[in-house]
Design a protein around this ligand. Structure first.
Ligand code: AMP
Ligand code: ZN
Length: 471
């Protein structure tokens, strides 16, 4: 399989490590807010990379995706909410798990939290290794990484060394390329901030970059790992600094491949919380759309191209998805006997084109194209009476194969099994409607019924009581 590697800026052939296993790390969500669909663009593309490696290439996966539950943003958020950091971040981890399920992300092998004691200990051990090898210095209670101590610092982001100011320091977790400076590994204790003791009992808390280096190497083992992934904004400073820390601590390359997903944008700007242009999965559901359509939309363009989010494009994704499910419903209804070499040949060609597209740097747009070409061929064959029951399992198994990688049809199926309104809420509203009738407020009772109908749930009254069903 060919994959673009940010480190070399070229497409390279990817092969797994020993025993056919791919050791992959994904920088997960910073849990200071609910993730938005921009964040999930990255996570859905990484999920499709994971699924391609597993289900198409038949490699084994050891995939780690962390939760960044201590950094500048989580600490400020918890302080503002007057909550303990762990309790504050718990809420957004729970929301992430809900949204990840709604978007059909395969569970990964490990989801560490930066503040887990074993991870904090690994961060301390990494600082010790860096100190021993002369890559650090201390100032004002904090510990910094000295970038002048690493001759190839900047190789991922292609930094111009002339612009780097030796000896100048930066304390914040995020900063721009022009500000490439000695970055903080361990931030000295400040009043009101959570504190741990590492590296000769220095009280403080980890810098963001250190967290990922330590978790990746603790959980994935020997360097180099096979693939490191994240959104394109993480190339600098986060991933550059992860490379610096990991390579200087171990003396070995950190990751063979670097996989970066381009941004989801809105009106030419990155979707991001600071710009106030974000939508979350609950926002999407409230607006009457389905997460499966979001997943489809997020896969409709190549992961290395920007993708512009509009409500029309979400509607188009919904329509495309329906063309697909309508076609498969037609296939299921075929009753004529026999098989047809023509359509089975088209199926085999589509499978080949799909596999080629995915193996060519995860070209999901071309893979979807191959799938829809087959949809057209199937519809024409059904119209012409050229599809029989012997063709049906061949077609079904091809789409099942596509879906192991794309994860769209199974997601739609799971959504269809779920009532559009949570069952507890339906039951509460039925009770409310009975109460309204008992007090002879028929207008209120009808309102409850009509509101539920608008949300896709029909109420049916009978002598035995009220039952509900999907519209
Ligand atoms: P954060 O929670 O800010 O650490 O971001 C989690 C992941 O989402 C990172 O891999 C980011 O690069 C990615 N990300 C953030 N905004 C976007 C966006 N608009 N489009 C695609 N990926 C994004
Ligand atoms: Zn990270």
């Amino acid at each position: 399989m060919r994959l673009y590697n940010t480190l070399t800026r070229t497409e390279e052939t990817f092969t797994p490590g020993p025993d056919n296993t791919v050791r992959m790390y994904t920088c997960g969500l910073t849990v200071y807010a609910r993730g938005h669909i921009g964040n999930f663009r990255t996570f859905v593309c990484v999920d499709v990379l994971r699924r391609t490696l597993r289900h198409l290439m038949h490699y084994r996966l050891h995939h780690v995706m962390n939760f960044t539950d201590v950094d500048d943003r989580t600490i400020i958020g918890a302080q503002k909410a007057g909550m303990d950091l762990r309790a504050y971040t718990d809420q957004y981890i729970a929301a992430f798990r809900e949204d990840a399920k709604a978007l059909g992300l395969e569970p990964v092998e490990e989801n560490p939290r930066a503040t887990d004691p074993e991870n904090i200990a690994a961060m301390g051990a990494m600082i010790d290794a860096l100190e021993q090898r002369g890559h650090t210095y201390r100032s004002d209670g904090s510990i910094y990484f000295k970038i002048a101590s690493m001759p190839d610092y900047g190789k991922l982001a292609h930094l111009d060394h002339a612009g780097i100011k030796p000896g100048a320091r930066v304390d914040s977790d995020n900063y721009a390329k022009d500000d490439a400076r000695d970055f903080v590994l361990w931030k000295g204790t400040k009043p009101g901030e959570p504190t741990w003791q590492v590296a000769g009992d220095t009280p403080g808390r980890p810098g963001w970059h250190l967290e990922c280096s330590a978790m990746a190497l603790r959980l994935l083992g020997e360097s180099p790992i096979d693939i490191h992934t994240g959104g394109i904004d993480l190339i600098f400073p986060h991933h550059e600094n992860e490379i610096a820390q990991s390579e200087c601590a171990t003396g070995k390359p950190f990751s063979r491949f670097w996989f970066h997903v381009e941004h989801l944008i809105v009106d030419d700007e990155k979707m991001s919380k600071s710009l106030g242009n974000t939508f979350t999965i609950p926002d999407i559901i409230t607006s009457g759309h389905r997460p499966s359509a979001v997943r489809y939309l997020l896969l409709s363009s190549h992961y290395r191209k920007q993708l512009n989010f509009t409500w029309e494009s979400l509607q188009q994704a919904e329509e495309a998805l329906r063309r697909l499910t309508d076609c498969l419903a037609r296939v299921d209804a075929v009753s004529a006997s026999g098989g047809h070499a023509d359509i089975q040949k088209r199926v085999a060609e589509a499978q080949q084109a799909f596999s080629d597209a995915m193996q060519h740097d995860l070209n999901t747009a071309a893979a979807l194209g191959a799938m829809f070409e087959l949809v057209r061929a199937i519809n024409s064959a059904i119209d012409a009476g050229q599809l029989g029951t012997e063709d049906v399992p061949v077609i079904r198994s091809a789409f099942a194969g596509f879906d192991l990688v794309l994860g769209i049809l199974s997601l739609r199926h799971a959504e269809d099994e779920q009532p559009p309104v949570p069952v507890e809420e339906i039951e509460r509203l039925i009770e409310e409607r009975h109460a309204a009738r008992r007090r002879r407020d028929f207008a209120a009772a009808d309102r409850v019924r009509d509101d539920l109908a608008a949300r896709g749930v029909l109420l049916e009254d009978s002598a035995a009581g009220t039952r509900w069903k999907r519209k």
